[in-house]
Design a protein around this ligand. Sequence first.
Ligand SMILES: Cc1cc2nc3c(=O)[nH]c(=O)nc-3n(C[C@H](O)[C@H](O)[C@H](O)COP(=O)(O)O)c2cc1C
Length: 211
Amino acid sequence: MNKLANIREHYHKGTLSRSELHNNPFEQFNSWMDDAIKAQCNMPTAVTLATVGKDGMPNCRIVLLKEVCDGGFVFFTNYNSEKGLELKNNMAALNFFWPELERQVRIRGIVEKVSSKKSDEYFQSRPRESQLGAWASNQSEVVENYDELLRNYSRLELKYKDDIIPRPVHWGGYIVKALSIEFWQGRDNRMHDRFQYNFENEHWNIRQLAP
Ligand SMILES: Cc1cc2nc3c(=O)[nH]c(=O)nc-3n(C[C@H](O)[C@H](O)[C@H](O)COP(=O)(O)O)c2cc1C
């Protein structure tokens, strides 16, 4: 047997029942995020963002969740990146995995750009180095010469010296406005607990799914 097939996990850290669920999935999410932070999960805000390209081919990568508000989940990125192009169809899915708690949250929704004001505020809160990075790198484009990329960063450092660095127009936030959110808690014997919230007729309905 190959060594990967021999790696087996047992899930025993918790249970999730209908009676303990919040009626609102965002309250449920915030409570699980608080648990993940308290349990010192590694990078609790790291989330896999899935998109679909024009050709129908799925794609995914990690981004960092920065806010939960207005019925959605906010992250920041380069609007001209590959994900930015793929998000033009306004659809995305997110997946949080907190292995230390044996929990997963799956979200599907409609994507919008956040306001320029929100993007400006968040950009100005970032460390200067990250601000320069957003200007220096055309995210997802082919790098012909990495040294040139570093020189570009140094040129920008000199250009802005001690000045406030403005947000590039091609950099900002997206919000994934959730239509469906599933909470998964690992259980013994693969009898995991799964509860899915769906936004239907202006209301969040909850159903339990088979593991
Ligand atoms: C832990 C971690 C956090 C990341 N956070 C972000 C983020 O918040 N925004 C972002 O644009 N890329 C982030 N990245 C990089 C992306 O995963 C990805 O490489 C980049 O956005 C380019 O993706 P794209 O070519 O699909 O647009 C992160 C990567 C990791 C591993």
